[in-house]
Write a protein that binds this ligand. Structure first.
Ligand SMILES: *Cc1c(COP(=O)(O)O)cnc(C)c1O
Length: 403
């Protein structure tokens, strides 16, 4: 277990940089990466941080410094990773519904690409033949993930090439002599049960004989982390053991070594992040006691978009008697960040910490209601470093033509 960032540090950050504020704890990211390395120590595994979870240049650079590679979901994420001085050999591009020009651009930048459709595979073959290696994202028809919105491998999902179309894949590979080096699946996010990954591995090991150039199997991301206190995440040690056993057995049976790749996003950064917010208004009615705060769905959309639970603590009144609060945002929508939470009495002016805000927090923020996106701070080696300034009204106007 890794302890939460201590309240005095979070309070200091709020005082120094104001709220709403995202704070990330570097050591927590390192701890998460080390625990992955440890869990998979018995097999040849490479990790690519799914940059879309949290894309700040300082985070990309820090993750790179740990020895972790980077998985990108758009050409701009690739450019950000390069800007963070990540070597192109350490960058993966896994996307969908993109124009082929983005794939050409990624290849020109020296990045490894996964194609996600027969159409893109054919274009890749026509354009590059066997001169540049490529990976194929398959749709395994496995239903998994925290909820349907984040489930990506099921039989009606838009992602990947359906495994039923394997014959067409093989026909394209043979007619253009395409050098397919990886097979990829990503079944969804928040997959708690290690057996879902085992199901995916079995499927890929059943077909990999038909892909003689494949040297690595990419199992995507989607490890679950706890959001509720005492909740369990994916059992990484169980998964690490299963991976080692299955790939070792396969190697013994066939003499073929397959490296394994993972693309963890949430697992690396989720628990490292805190969204700090100040209570503006207390409001009571017959049924509820509301605490209205200076953030909302514009800055953390997960509670509304995914019905996600985020634990909330009162940093500045921790020893007060407990009461029940519904914590609501300041946007003109029903943006409930936490319903009926028992917590130490909240006063106007208290600073609350919304936990597990590192992944898909800032990165999904918008300027809805013309509110400004918050600042981001990295706590590393005992000091707080501003890694993104707070937006200003000028930032909102900048891209609009003059009146
Ligand atoms: C989003 C995504 C990931 C990361 O998912 P997490 O749930 O954050 O681990 C990995 N691979 C692909 C292809 C993705 O789209």
């Amino acid at each position: 277990m890794f302890p939460h960032l201590a309240s005095p540090i979070l309070i200091e950050a709020a005082h120094q940089f104001g709220t709403p504020l995202y704070v990330y704890h570097a050591e927590r990211i390192r701890f998460q990466y080390q625990s992955l390395k440890q869990a998979f120590a018995n097999w040849d595994v490479r990790f690519f941080y799914a940059a879309k979870a949290l894309t700040n240049l300082h985070i990309l650079s820090y993750v790179d410094s740990l020895g972790c590679a980077i998985d990108c979901s758009s050409i701009n994420e690739i450019k950000l990773a390069l800007r963070a001085k990540v070597a192109s050999e350490k960058i993966l591009y896994t996307s969908n519904s993109i124009n082929f020009t983005e794939i050409e651009e990624a290849v020109a930048l020296g990045v490894y690409v996964h194609v996600d459709s027969l159409s893109a595979l054919e274009k890749f073959g026509k354009r590059f033949g066997n001169s540049y290696p490529v990976g194929i994202r398959l749709r395994p028809n496995i239903m998994a993930g925290g909820n349907l919105k984040i489930s990506t491998g099921h039989a009606s999902s838009k992602f990947g090439i359906p495994v039923e179309q394997l014959d067409q894949v093989l026909a394209l590979i043979s007619s253009y002599n395409i050098n397919v080096q990886t097979l990829h699946i990503h079944t969804g996010s928040e997959i708690k049960d290690a057996k879902v990954f085992v199901q995916g591995i079995s499927l890929l090991l059943d077909i990999v004989a038909q892909f003689p150039n494949v040297s690595a199997i990419n199992l995507g991301g989607g490890f679950k982390v706890p959001y509720y206190p005492n909740e369990k995440g994916t059992d990484m040690n169980e998964l690490g053991q299963s991976v080692a056993t299955l790939f070792m057995e396969y190697q013994q049976k066939t003499g073929r070594h397959l490296q394994v790749w993972f693309e963890p996003g949430k697992y690396l950064v989720c628990e490292a992040g805190y969204l700090l917010t100040t209570v503006n208004v207390l409001k009571e009615n017959e049924a509820q006691r509301f605490a209205g705060v200076d953030t909302g769905l514009n800055q953390l959309i997960r509670p509304m978009f995914y019905d996600a639970y985020h634990h909330i603590e009162n940093l500045t009144n921790p020893l007060a008697p407990v009461n029940t609060y519904t914590i609501v945002g300041n946007i003109c929508e029903t943006d409930t960040l936490g319903a009926d939470r028992s917590m130490p009495a909240i006063r106007e002016g208290d600073i609350l910490s919304i936990q597990n805000a590192g992944a898909y927090g800032f990165q999904m923020a918008s300027s809805y209601n013309a509110r400004l996106r918050p600042a981001e701070v990295l706590y590393k080696d005992g000091s707080l470093q501003l890694i993104r300034r707070r937006e200003t009204l000028e930032d909102l106007i900048q891209t609009q033509e003059n009146l």
